[in-house]
Unconditional design. Sequence first.
Length: 153
Amino acid sequence: MTPEENLQRLNLVLPPPPDPIGVYKPFLIDNNYVYVSGHGPLISKGKFMIGRIGEAISADEGKAAARQVGLAILATLRANLGTLNKIERVIKVLGMVNATTDFHQHPFIINGCSELFAEIWGNDAGIGVRSAVGMATLPDNIPVEIEAMFKLA
């Protein structure tokens, strides 16, 4: 199945692609690669999930937030490419987790996004290299920020 067919099969609804909050490009093509700037857990136009994991947000809620970030990244890809089918594979995911100092399950949180990408592109093309790190804070107190790199088909 194609990525677009998988998106439809999973009955996933993409949020509107987020507008940049600052001086940067949310999406950039360089040769055969697409770079997507850090995205947060966008719920609707201009509205993000907020809160710190280990404090106001549980690990499971944090994982769901990371999945929501993945959906926002998909929305940016589709808005700029017209279709997810132009992506051959996931290359890299960098996940940043806004968590308390005693929280240590950062990879579990970022799995929310990684599992989504695997559902869209399959276990081979949908899983790339990855980092999952904890942060003292993130912009506007969002629980998760993720940036990614993809290879064009």
